[in-house]
Design a protein around this ligand. Sequence first.
Ligand code: PHE
Length: 478
Amino acid sequence: MEEKRGQWGSTFGFLMAAIGSAVGLGNIWGFPYKMGKCGGGAFLLVYLLLVIFVGFAVMLGELALGRKYGRGAVGTYAAIAKKWTWVGYMGVASGFFILAFYSVLGGMVLRYMVGFLMQMFGAAGFNNMGGGEFFGHFTTNAGGMLLFYAIFMVLNIIIVAGGIEGGIEKFTKVAMPSLAAILLIVIIYVACQPGAGEGYRYTFVPNFDVLATDFFTVLKTAAGQMFFSLSLGMGCMITYGSYLGKEQNLESNMMIIPIADTCFAIMAAMAVMPACAAFGMDYGAGPGLLFVTLHEVFNVGMGGFIGNLMGFLFYFLVFLAAITSSISLLEVCTAYLIDKQIEKGKDPNRKKLTIMIASIIFVVGIPVALDGIGAGRAGGAAIDIPATLLGITENIPVAVDCWLDFYDCISEGIMMPLGAMIMSIIIGWVLGTKVVADEVAKTPGVVLRAEKVLDICFKFIVPAIMVVVLVAQLQDFF
Ligand code: PHE
């Protein structure tokens, strides 16, 4: 079984893959602006508490279940009890939908990276347009969006088809240290710009008033962000855990991955927000930050050769972050198919299965690419294609107003918190936290020291927080 499924070659390799999964667009895009909006240091405090009381527990739970049963999300829940199989399917479905929109965004990042590279060599990388104008132009250009989306998906296929050790581990072992190095360069360069200080202030200075007046919003924003950012609640860490050998220390891994992810998020904030401040850009721009504001920062604010170089490096690092995450999403889907083949007594063909599932996901993501991640709605022709194909011409329901939001809402908004909640309940109340502690203790010389605290987390804290998130999400949805 192990032979057919594959295994991590080393602890370092596993950690790079798992941290690579966690560190992604969520850190570089979502975290800085959410932090700025939700009270800076106050948000950070809530976020850290959530990581400690929810993140650690769910991370450990997923890794332990994965290693114990040696299967992907569906196989693991089915092995616990047949009646829980649907939770595994929900995880695979989340991976499926997240990958669809994530890859469209990944493709856009590639386009921006190429644009700055072209400008470094004197070509017109962005057709001489400004940030907002180019964004509108590109997102309504159906051919361009599809082309870069397809390239990004093919890169995913190549890595995942290479297998656990020969593909994912090999790639992330190089990609993650490179990402860290580039991020440091950008942070240092940005710190040297006059006016950067205001960005740190906006991001980090605590505003406890927000906590007092709008605690619920801060909690829900921080909790949702933490889940997505740590790749939890959809079986990703179950799947990665299933490739772990018994010699790997689960107790330390459960902390290293969330801590590293949080450090990367804070570092991203230290690059992005001061850069906006130094060049007088509006950092309250929300989701537009990554593609409109930062483009403007590098292209106009910094400008010249150094602007192009920094722009290229920055989008290259975002690309690395995105692809080391998207391969983990694809792996969740591929692992499901591989496990199914093995169950049937067949020899799984990883390459074929990866190509097959990625192609289906690609088709599902086409509407996201064509409606220009919702931005095209203001004027492009491309946006109406997916709606028209579905026979919707007028009064497009709010949920499908933007396909990215729609896929995001059903996966990140509903299925992931639900998945995490049920997993915690299964561990806390059905299997007992002892199952996790026993799995940790399979590594010679390791005992789970915080078993009692974790038991309280699984039984009460995680389910309670997840209910808050779910209720808040459903309220937003309707
Ligand atoms: N953690 C990734 C990010 O922050 C996204 C992700 C979610 C990856 C779920 C895998 C599973 O961007």
